[in-house]
Design a protein around this ligand. Sequence first.
Ligand SMILES: CC(C)(COP(=O)(O)OP(=O)(O)OC[C@H]1O[C@@H](n2cnc3c(N)ncnc32)[C@H](O)[C@@H]1OP(=O)(O)O)[C@@H](O)C(=O)NCCC(=O)NCCS
Length: 169
Amino acid sequence: MLIRPWRTGDEHLVAGAERHLSAHSIDRRFLVGSGGRLPVFYLRHIAAGPRPEWDAQVALDGGELCGWAEYGRCPAGSTAADLAVLVADPWQRTGLATVLIRALVHRMVAAGVRTIQADVSGGNAASKGLIRALVGPGWSPTYEDGLLHYAFDLAAVPFEPATASLLPR
Ligand SMILES: CC(C)(COP(=O)(O)OP(=O)(O)OC[C@H]1O[C@@H](n2cnc3c(N)ncnc32)[C@H](O)[C@@H]1OP(=O)(O)O)[C@@H](O)C(=O)NCCC(=O)NCCS
């Protein structure tokens, strides 16, 4: 398993990963009824590549994209960023989201981000469990527009440095 920063052209890997993504997983990530397809607007968005307002970390297994974590911020220099992650179904619950987020957070800090925000649906047990595993049980979300809204001050979050770029399969 290779964990590395997003490179221009990785949008083709994302399109190829669609066959490993259930409609349920895509729906959870994009908070819509996706019909099992990644949103076209999203594929265009990521095709613009890494930039101050957007960047990502990817996981590859034998050349196949099996998950990615990303952040976006508007405006580009904002100290608050939205974080999202999607792990393809065959690789879920192998620790991948945890590793991707830890690696990405270090790059976010370097890019000047100080606060992470995430919106998840109330029924998304996997996301709630992931957040609890990453930052501990002490963080409670607020409820906004029908979603759970989390906001973490990075200085208060015990993220460990990403020490390895290769994981055992
Ligand atoms: C949420 C998601 C990213 C988790 O990815 P993952 O790689 O499976 O997560 P990890 O293996 O790193 O799990 C870390 C912890 O999260 C929790 N967790 C993960 N999946 C869970 C589930 N289905 N139910 C309950 N807890 C879960 C557990 O505490 C887990 O630790 P454990 O496996 O030791 O018990 C993945 O399920 C996913 O891609 N879902 C669809 C998209 C989505 O909801 N994205 C988040 C909103 S942007």
